[in-house]
Design a protein around this ligand. Structure first.
Ligand SMILES: NC(=O)c1ccc[n+]([C@@H]2O[C@H](COP(=O)([O-])OP(=O)(O)OC[C@H]3O[C@@H](n4cnc5c(N)ncnc54)[C@H](O)[C@@H]3O)[C@@H](O)[C@H]2O)c1
Length: 392
């Protein structure tokens, strides 16, 4: 059987898991791993480690590793450079989320993708493979729900401890990560928001920096979204609440769908709400309704592995990609728009000006400290000097 050879750069929390996912696929073969820190290789299962070549230098990896696909699983700021380098070496790529930290960097990466039309380029939007998410997309795209009027997504179940933030000095600083819950945990939901509903045309948001943790970046977000078709949205996220909530509520002409606690529940109106509203002769009536629980089946394999399998099948058999890398700019733009709005305290229209965002982030980075000195930054925030640097 023909096998696709994989190499992984970055063997941390996620990259080490990917070593297992790749190794379990019959049409894939893990041949090389790279991490600047050789200690990272201890995270790899011994029976896998003995079969792969290890590198502690990216350029050596690109020059010598015998791979067809490079998976990029390092901190976000390095994603575009490593992905571009891999393509220059003729390698297919899977890039972890977010594909970049800000829109201008994603534009640079996508421009480079255009130079290599024959290479397969995927983002690791593993949540797109979830059967429930695919079912919801099918219900929207088929018209079953009718026109969507309101989307509320509360995602406050990304609880993270101070210990988590302290576990890597790149985490939760403008300089090391370029954002907080919008850049690290929520890229999945930001991608799903645009995948399911498209991008809004306007965002007005409130973001709180280090509200629950000793961190520089946002750990609470409340965003209001408006779309060209009149639909509105509310996107609420936090890493400071326990127990948190993960509730997606879609109000549409044909009724209300709620996805929560693993169940898709649809209260289906017999008649479209707006038609009923205009035609009924009663003052306080509502459309007749049915309560439905929508089945959606089981996942065939772990969701990250499904993306890797999909890329393998795209290379060997021309399978359509679940998560083309180029689409990664859309959820990123939404996250950037929310931060821009929250930090500048203004309504932001999309598409955002990628230069304006890059300039704002550059200002934050200039004042930023890595995690080890974050307490000093917070003290500065208390006396106003840190806070004044970006007008909040
Ligand atoms: N798809 C998902 O569900 C998911 C989950 C977790 C993390 N991630 C993403 O994976 C990426 C890594 O996150 P993590 O939690 O694994 O981080 P981590 O800190 O645990 O691991 C990062 C690793 O990259 C290595 N590294 C840094 N720069 C490098 C370079 N230039 N070359 C080689 N190695 C380098 C570090 O030494 C470290 O071992 C992030 O972008 C994150 O958003 C995705």
């Amino acid at each position: 059987m023909k096998q696709v050879k994989f190499g992984i750069i970055g063997i941390g929390n996620m990259g080490s898991m990917h070593t297992n996912f790749v190794s379990a696929l019959p049409e894939a073969k893990l041949t090389a791993v790279c991490d600047l820190n050789p200690e990272a290789f201890k995270r790899i299962a011994p029976d896998i480690l003995k079969k792969v070549k290890t590198f502690t230098d990216d350029e050596k990896f690109f020059a010598e590793a015998d791979v067809d696909v490079v998976m990029v699983a390092v901190p976000h700021y390095f994603h575009p450079d490593l992905a571009i380098r891999a393509m220059e070496c003729g390698k297919h790529i899977i890039v972890e989320k977010p594909i970049a930290v800000h829109k201008a960097e994603a534009e640079r990466l996508i421009a480079a993708c255009g130079k290599y039309p024959k290479l397969i380029k995927s983002a690791m939007f593993n949540q797109r493979t979830r059967p429930a998410h695919r079912k919801i997309k099918q219900l929207i795209d088929s018209g079953e729900l009718g026109a969507v009027r309101r989307v509320n997504w509360i995602i406050t179940d990304w609880f993270r401890t101070q210990h988590y933030y302290d576990s890597g000095d790149w985490r939760a600083s403008w300089r090391g990560e370029g954002g907080g819950v919008l850049l690290n945990q929520c890229p999945h939901q930001l991608d799903l928001m645009q995948w399911l509903f498209g991008l809004p045309t306007m965002v007005q948001a409130h973001v709180k920096l280090g509200k629950y943790h000793d961190i520089e970046v946002e750990d609470e977000v409340n965003a209001y979204l408006e779309y060209a078709d009149g639909k509105v949205g509310n996107f609420i996220a936090s890493t400071g609440e326990a127990p948190g909530t993960n509730r997606l509520e879609i109000t549409a002409e044909r009724g209300r769908l709620v996805f929560e606690n693993g169940k898709i529940e649809f209260i289906r109106n017999e008649e479209e709400t707006s038609t009923f509203c205009r035609t009924t002769s009663k003052s306080f009536d509502t459309p007749a309704r049915w309560n439905c629980e929508i089945p959606y089946g089981n996942a065939p394999m772990p969701e990250h592995q499904e993306i890797i399998r999909n890329v393998t099948a795209a290379i060997l058999h021309g399978e359509k990609l679940f998560a083309p890398l180029e689409e990664g700019i859309r959820g990123l733009e939404l996250g950037n728009a929310i931060l821009l709005s929250g930090l500048k305290d203004k309504a932001v229209t999309l598409p955002i000006d990628s230069r304006e965002y890059a300039d704002m982030l550059a200002g934050l980075v200039k004042k930023s400290r890595y995690r080890k000195t974050v307490k000093k930054a917070k003290n500065a925030a208390a006396d106003g000097s840190f806070a004044n640097s970006f007008g909040k």
